[in-house]
Design a protein around this ligand. Structure first.
Ligand code: ATR
Length: 278
C-alpha cells in the first residue's frame, strides 16, 4: 500500500520537495507518494490533522509554519528542541514526532558534497532569524574554532549566541564588529537576498580558499555576487535542500537515499530555467 507524505507551506506552488522525494522513492524502491499542500495562514494545524486523518504518514513543513509545527509536535528530537522549529513531522501511533533536518542538511552539503572540513575552522553566520537558529547546533557539533553570528539587529545575534553557548565557542554581534576579522566559511542565513539586498559586509572577510555559502538557492543573490567579487568559492543552498530532504526520508522510511544524482537532476532543471522553493 502506498504511504502518503506532503509538504505544507504558504506559498508552496514552486516547491521542489515533491520532485526530490519522488526521486528518492524511485531510487530506493519505497512505495510512497508526496505532494505539496498549501495551508491557509490561519489553518496549518487543521490541515495537518486532516492529512493525518486521511492516512498521511508524515510531512515536511516550510515557511511560515516551522514554529507552529514545533508547538504541534508532542515529542521532538533534541536538535528540533534547540532550533525551536520543526521542518519534519512523523505521524506515530502515539502522536506527532517533530524533527529539524535543516542543520544536518547544511552540514552534509558542506562536508560531503563540497568537501569542507568544519572542525577547527572559523565560521561566520549571517542572520539571526529562524533560518539561522536551525543550523547553529549542527554547525557547533562539528567542532569549529569559533562561530560568529552577525546580524543587522545585533541584540538578536547576541541572544542566539547566549542560547547556544553551552554547545561550543559562539559569539554574536553586529556587522561593524567584523572589520579586520577573517573566516574560512561564511553562511548567509538572512532573507536579504529576497529583496535583492546585501548585509553590510566589510571586504576581505574570507581567508584564502574560503567558501561563501548562501542558504537560498536558484538566485544570484547580492551575497553571492559580493563573494565572487572577493574571489571566493561560492555555493548556493540547493545541496542543503536535497540533504535536509534525505534526512527527513531517513526519519520516515529508515532508508538513506543517494543525494548526488538528485542534486544533479535539479541543477539540470535550474539550467533550463526552472526555479523553486522548499
Ligand atoms: P528566516 O526565518 O528566513 O530567518 P526571519 O526570522 O524574518 O526569517 O529573519 C530574517 C533574517 O534576515 C534576520 O536576521 C534579518 O535581520 P534582522 O534580525 O535585523 O531583521 C535578516 N535580514 C533581512 N533583510 C536584511 C537586510 N536587508 N540586511 C541584513 N539583514 C537582513
Amino acid at each position: 500500500m502506498t504511504d502518503h507524505y506532503a509538504v505544507f507551506g504558504h506559498p508552496i506552488a514552486h516547491s521542489k520537495s515533491p520532485l526530490i522525494h519522488t526521486a528518492f522513492a524511485r531510487q530506493t524502491g519505497q512505495d510512497i507518494d508526496y505532494v505539496a499542500l498549501l495551508a491557509p495562514l490561519d489553518g496549518f494545524a487543521e490541515c495537518v490533522a486532516a492529512f493525518r486523518a486521511g492516512g498521511g504518514r508524515g510531512a515536511n513543513v516550510t515557511v511560515p509554519f516551522k514554529e507552529q509545527a514545533w508547538r504541534l509536535a508532542g515529542r521532538r528530537s533534541a536538535r528540533a528542541e534547540l532550533a525551536g522549529a520543526v521542518n519534519t513531522l512523523r505521524f506515530d501511533a502515539d502522536g506527532l514526532f517533530g524533527d529539524n533536518t535543516d542543520g544536518a542538511g547544511l552540514v552534509a552539503d558542506l562536508t560531503r558534497n563540497l568537501g569542507i572540513e568544519l572542525a577547527g575552522r572559523s565560521i561566520l553566520l549571517l542572520g539571526a532569524g529562524g533560518a539561522a537558529r536551525g543550523v547553529i547546533g549542527p554547525l557547533l557539533e562539528q567542532g569549529p574554532a569559533r562561530l560568529t553570528i552577525a546580524n543587522r539587529t545585533p541584540e538578536r545575534a547576541v541572544a542566539l549566541a547566549e542560547r547556544f553557548r553551552t554547545l561550543g565557542p559562539v559569539v554574536g554581534g553586529g556587522y561593524e564588529a567584523l572589520a579586520g576579522q577573517r573566516f574560512d566559511l561564511i553562511v548567509n542565513a538572512t532573507s536579504a537576498g529576497l529583496s535583492d539586498e546585501l548585509p553590510p559586509l566589510p571586504d576581505r572577510l574570507l581567508g584564502p580558499d574560503g567558501l561563501a555559502y548562501d542558504m537560498m538557492y536558484g538566485r544570484n543573490t547580492p551575497f553571492l555576487r559580493w563573494a565572487r567579487a572577493q574571489g571566493a568559492r561560492c555555493a548556493d543552498g540547493l545541496g542543503m535542500l536535497v540533504e535536509q530532504a534525505a534526512e527527513a526520508f531517513w526519519l520516515w522510511r529508515g532508508v538513506r537515499p543517494t543525494t548526488g544524482p538528485v542534486i544533479a537532476m535539479l541543477r539540470e532543471g535550474e539550467a533550463k530555467g526552472v526555479r523553486g522553493e522548499v
